[in-house]
Design a protein around this ligand. Structure first.
Ligand code: SDX
Length: 429
């Protein structure tokens, strides 16, 4: 792959160090620094701002131009013309499915949505008021106890079965987290419903009456799943890759990804946005401006949640689609005057005209509007990140599968050591 090289000149070294440069099909070239350790040096990149951790063909992000491609297809085109199940196939297999492939994939997912009956017992160990993400971390990890022995990750077939099981069972576990939290009985999945519809059925149905999912809500839920499906080497996906590099069971790797996603700087931001909008409360101009000023104040820990991104230095293309979906869903549900939406839109307008946000290229990200839609669908705020985890499972599984299929060395970063140099244990004499 190396057709060019970089030369690193270090004072005191006899000769410069040649480092190969590789080009991909799009995006920045990379400098291969793996041999640098032979010269006694490490690179240093806390937060991995300038580090490519792997080679991948799944998702491409152009942060400067606000572009997001899944296997080459722009996210806005997929959102307009595809659905979550078809996009899941695309992410996992690399191409859009033909009709036969789609029907087979869709049927395999629909017929794997039920979880082992013993899984229900894990919930009983949690208090009812436990945060659903804490429960999700636990029960998703527990899946590894049920499939540990029927899994040889070196076999493509075993990896495919694990992928289907994870994609299919995460909505069931998520809905169980919600039902446990509100004290209602678990709803069994139905094989006759599509992915998003089945999830909303398990969330809001109950055994005492027939429950028909509103098709507007099902379409909105499917769109939300699509917009959260994958996003290159983000923190939770990198966590799954690192865990997978040790050969760990994919169910355990996904559980590690769920834990990483929970943070408010990552997948927890959608919950934090709604809490922020609730804190702002009053949609008056001066009140909103006060919060924008707080977000700019270095001495104030308040940040504009749902704003900013490590990669996007332009609009997050998902945020644009999410905003359109937000308008569509709320007007179709007769909730167009939701005060939270008004505050969010005014917050965005004020921030995008403010030099502080313009200079730092801070724009709304995927989390800024998603919570407003989820609220309109009747989803409680503490379930937002659980839903993000359900959607991102296809991304985690696709990256895990790509990594294992291509062969991987265990991930083992080094450090800049700044602790004590060697010293002797105090003599007892
Ligand atoms: C997701 O990686 C992914 O792809 C993630 C994700 C995915 O799909 O997987 O896209 C999902 O996690 C989206 C991001 C959700 N998080 C939030 O909305 C939380 C609020 N955003 C910030 O915490 C922050 O913008 C991050 C975490 C998203 C990015 O952090 P960086 O890249 O480390 O940027 P930074 O903290 O160094 O900020 C650069 C400057 C700083 O100011 P200065 O020190 O230069 O003066 O911008 C400021 C920051 O203080 N800044 C903000 C801000 N975000 C950054 N100031 C106010 N409000 C904000 N939201």
């Amino acid at each position: 792959m190396a057709d060019r090289k970089a030369q690193l000149t270090i004072e005191g070294l006899d000769a410069p160090i040649d480092l190969p440069i590789y080009s991909g099909t799009a995006g920045p070239e990379v400098i291969d620094v793996r041999d640098l350790v032979k010269s006694g040096y490490f690179t240093y990149d806390p937060g991995f701002v300038s580090t490519a951790s792997c080679e991948s063909g799944i998702t491409f992000i152009d942060g400067a131009n606000g572009i997001l491609l899944h296997r080459g297809y722009p996210i806005d085109q997929l959102a307009d013309h595809s659905n979550f199940t078809e996009m899941a196939y695309l992410l996992l297999e690399g191409e859009l499915p033909n009709d036969e492939q789609y029907e087979d994939f869709n049927s395999r997912i629909r017929n794997h949505t039920m979880v082992h009956e013993q899984i229900a017992n894990f919930f009983k160990g949690f208090r009812r008021d436990a945060h659903p993400m804490a429960v999700m971390c636990g029960v998703a990890g527990a899946l590894s106890a049920f499939y540990h022995d029927s899994l040889d990750i070196t076999k493509e077939y075993d990896r495919e079965v694990s992928a289907i099981r994870l994609i299919a069972k995460m909505p069931t576990l998520a809905a169980m987290c919600y039902k446990y939290n509100i004290g209602q009985p678990f709803m069994y999945p139905r094989n006759d419903l599509d992915y998003a519809e089945n999830f909303l059925y398990m969330m809001f149905g109950n055994p005492c009456e027939e429950f028909k999912v509103n098709p507007v809500m099902a379409k909105a839920m499917d769109r939300i799943f699509m917009l959260h499906a994958d996003h290159e080497q983000n923190a939770s996906t990198s966590t799954v890759r690192l865990a997978g590099s040790t050969g760990a069971n994919p169910f355990a790797c996904v559980s590690a990804g769920i834990a990483a996603l929970w943070g408010p700087a990552h997948g927890g931001a959608n919950e934090a946005v709604l809490n922020m909008l609730a804190e702002i409360g009053d949609e008056s101009e001066e009140n909103i401006q006060r919060y924008v000023d707080r977000a700019k104040d270095k001495n104030d820990p308040f940040r504009l949640m749902g704003f900013g991104h490590r990669v996007y230095r332009n609009f997050d293309p998902r945020a644009k689609v999410m905003k359109e979906t937000c308008d569509e869903v709320l007007s179709e549900l007769g909730m167009g005057d939701d005060p939270r939406l008004k505050i969010a839109k005014r917050l965005e307008e004020i921030a995008l005209e403010d030099d502080y946000f313009i200079e730092r290229k801070l724009y709304p990200n995927v989390d800024f509007y998603s919570g407003i839609i989820l609220k309109a669908l009747g989803v409680p705020t503490n379930m937002f990140t659980v839903i993000f985890a359900v959607a991102r499972t296809i991304g985690w599984v696709s990256h895990w599968n790509e990594m294992i299929a291509n062969g991987v060395r265990i991930g083992r970063p080094r450090q800049l050591y700044t602790g004590y140099t060697q010293r002797d244990y105090p003599s007892q004499g």
